[in-house]
Ligand binder design. Structure first.
Ligand code: ADP
Ligand code: MG
Length: 693
């Protein structure tokens, strides 16, 4: 089972009070994140070794862990092909070779001719007969008893031996209360064993317990542990939400007067899904508690206008809005949109980025501080210390998962005004798969825009080998001379930003040379903001036909006249990234295409990703596949602080347990709040930083 080791912790209180745990041992335990006795109880074995049986050498299966016993009949240090210790061990029916490639002098003593040894490891039956390389060696007597239990193997750290760790765990199991935190009827209903026998079995299983059920996590004892872990997570999310509901925020009106004026000038009507999301947001904003809502909608589904309408709720109530985006290009686009839309309603919009001149910056900061600017758009720079809002009531964060600010942001905003916290609207085009939404995101409310604006034609995706570059160039020319526009995305080079930049510059030069009749632009992350903005504006205005870009254009760029997207070395990119890039086209009424160029040979993973992106257009489906292929790591990047991670349970494999845990959490909080508290305490007290938030 792919269990993850407990996160490292600081050297705080350690279970030095346990018998056999010296200060040195306690320090090593702390390195494993084991601070309290109970942490040791929950430090469950990674696997087990079966040393309860001796197998005759002649019957030992090839390549499987086995224990044999015999007498050393020969032992020699050999120097060919390299220095090694080679011994022969004989039992009643056969003989095997023991080979140690690295050894201490003590090994020669252990393997002295005539001594009786138990060897555990894998036997290989090779050309020279049976052989064990680096087995575990124990010197035994004629009648040394075999252990009656399986031997647990724990994850450990340098200098902390398995036997010391085992003793510490055993001491903790004796010392700690293993009483159940869950009511018996609940366990009976879920067909889960009680806590104490479950942990005891996992630390110390009898030989009759099937090892494969333990290894796969299907054993009921494992099911109980995973359930408990998921339950602790659910409870902590619930408590988180309760705390938020206890916090105060300024209730905002629906902003209907301003909204109607905006809707009048918009060239389109809201889709049903946009309307629904807006209704949900307005209901949240009307409450005297901070909204924490995620507005989720596929690329191009029209989240920005919903955000603008939400902003009007605050503005009409005479308060301020902050709009934050992860990149300057995106912040600039939002600024342009908000200024266009809200400017028409005589609302002051300013923007703050890292690259304003000192004077522009001062003017913007003053407008924010005095309250003259109702809306401030920017990158993370918006939330630095020196930006002081007059009366911030709503923070809108686009592509929230792209920067790990969620938590920091909340803290910073809390500090802004002792009394009330601002409402928060997060936006994301990366759909959160159901299991994640139920677990790691359970403290957020979610609105989904599950409908694209009408009149969009689906993007045709093509996979083209790098060898057919000429055909791709021809398509680019065809698109651009007929009045459309195209993107050319340069390869992602993870190892070197320098190289990535150079490639983009070279590609731009080459394409400009190939297409003398076209205007070819270039944007990359290192370009000064003003230059980036000018290039984007020229592309948007149609003055540039072909835009060469690094992946900086990944999120949010909106140029409806662009109908062709070429992505070089698509095999290097992740699914979410490919989906985002492809979403840059297909925004107008023209037929659009996305050409994914790849270079052979493809790894298995790359082939799988390209298949998924080729076969799916629905961002939700793609995110689900992504989760399957890659695990939740990336999506969770931004959530890491404040949310309990999972060590034992697997969201996809254990989704049944997850649902049970969700229901049980609600029930426990309602009917047995004291037990709920004890349960969280048991599982998460050592991670106290996670409980603060
Ligand atoms: P995203 O959800 O990816 O941020 P945007 O908000 O950038 O999408 O919207 C994509 C494009 O669709 C924009 O040009 C926007 O003006 C347009 N749009 C938004 N809502 C509608 C609608 N209801 N009907 C038609 N076009 C719309
Ligand atoms: Mg957007």
């Amino acid at each position: 089972m792919g269990r993850r080791a407990a996160p490292a912790a600081g050297d705080e209180a350690v279970p030095a009070s346990l018998p056999g745990v010296t200060r040195t041992v306690a320090t090593q335990l702390a390195k494993l994140g084991l601070k309290r006795g109970f942490d040791l109880v929950l430090h469950l074995p990674l696997r087990y070794e079966d040393e309860t049986r001796i197998t005759p050498i002649v019957e030992a299966p090839h390549g499987l862990p086995t224990q044999v016993e015999g007498v050393v009949v020969d032992c020699d240090v050999k120097f060919r092909p390299r220095k090694q210790l080679v011994a022969r061990v004989r039992d009643a029916g056969g003989e095997l070779t023991v080979r140690l490639l690295h050894f201490y002098p003590s090994a020669s003593r252990q393997l002295a001719v005539g001594s009786r040894v138990r060897l555990s490891g894998e036997i290989r039956h090779g050309f020279f007969g049976a052989e064990m390389v680096h087995p575990r060696i124990r010197t035994v007597g004629e009648n040394t008893a075999l252990p009656t239990r399986l031997t647990p193997v724990y994850s450990t750290t340098a200098g902390l031996s398995q036997s010391v760790l085992r003793r510490a765990v055993a001491a903790a199991l004796d010392r700690e209360s293993l009483d159940d935190t869950l009511p018996a009827p609940l366990l009976a209903r879920l067909k889960l064993p009680a806590f104490e026998p479950a942990v005891r079995l996992l630390h110390d299983p009898t030989p009759d317990v099937p090892l494969d059920a333990l290894a796969s996590g299907r054993h009921p004892a494992w099911q109980r542990i995973k359930f408990d872990e998921l339950l602790a997570q659910q409870l902590s999310m619930h408590l988180h939400r309760q705390r938020r509901d206890a916090a105060r925020a300024v209730p905002l009106g629906a902003g209907t007067a301003l909204a109607n004026r905006l809707l009048d000038v918009l060239p389109f009507a809201l889709t049903g899904a946009q309307q629904r999301a807006l209704t949900e947001i307005r209901a949240d904003l009307a409450r005297p508690h901070p909204m924490h809502r995620l507005l989720q909608g596929d690329v191009g589904s029209g989240k920005t206008v919903v955000a603008a309408l939400a902003a009007l709720c605050a503005v009409e109530s005479g308060r301020q809005v902050a709009v934050m985006a992860p990149t300057e290009i995106l912040a600039e686009q939002h600024y342009a949109k908000f200024r266009q839309w809200l400017g028409a309603l005589d609302i002051d919009v300013v923007w703050i980025t890292g690259s304003l001149t000192a004077r522009e910056r001062r003017a913007a900061l003053e407008a924010i501080e005095s309250g003259k600017a109702a809306v401030a758009v920017g990158t993370q720079a918006l939330f630095q210390e020196h930006v002081r809002f007059h009366d911030l009531a709503l923070a809108i964060v686009d592509e929230q998962h792209r920067f790990g600010v969620h938590q920091r942001l909340a803290l910073r905003l809390k500090g802004a005004d002792g009394e009330a916290s601002p409402h928060q609207l997060m936006m994301s085009a990366t759909p959160i798969p159901r299991t994640l939404a139920m677990s790691f995101y359970a403290d957020l409310d979610v609105s989904v825009i599950d409908e694209l604006p009408p009149g969009r034609t689906p993007v045709v995706t093509k996979l083209v080998s790098d060898a057919r570059r000429d055909e791709v160039l021809q398509r680019v020319r065809d698109a651009c001379v007929t009045g459309s526009q195209a993107y050319w995305v340069c390869p992602l080079i993870e190892e070197s930003e320098q190289l990535e930049l150079k490639t983009a510059i070279d590609t731009h030069a080459l394409l400009q040379q190939t297409f003398p009749e076209l205007r070819v632009g270039l944007v990359h992350g290192r370009l000064p903001t003003a230059e980036k903005a000018a290039t984007m504006a020229a592309f948007k205005a149609g003055e540039i036909q072909l835009l060469v870009a690094t992946t900086v254009i990944e999120v949010g760029v909106d140029v409806p006249n662009a109908t062709l997207m070429v992505i070089e070395h698509a095999e290097r990119m992740g699914l979410a990234q490919l989906h985002q890039l492809r979403g840059r086209v297909g925004r107008g009424t023209g037929e659009s295409a996305c050409i994914l160029m790849y270079q052979q040979p493809l790894s298995q993973l790359a082939r799988e990703r390209l298949r998924v992106i080729y076969e799916n257009t629905d961002g939700f489906e793609i995110a689900r596949e992504d989760l399957r292929i890659r695990g939740p790591g990336e999506l969770l990047g931004a959530r890491q602080s404040g949310v309990p991670m999972l060590r034992f349970a697997d969201l996809e494999l254990d989704s049944g347990l997850l649902e049970a845990a969700r229901d049980a959490a609600a029930e426990l909080l309602r009917r047995h709040p004291d037990r709920a508290k004890a349960h969280v305490e048991r599982w998460l007290a050592s991670r106290e930083e996670l409980l603060r938030a």
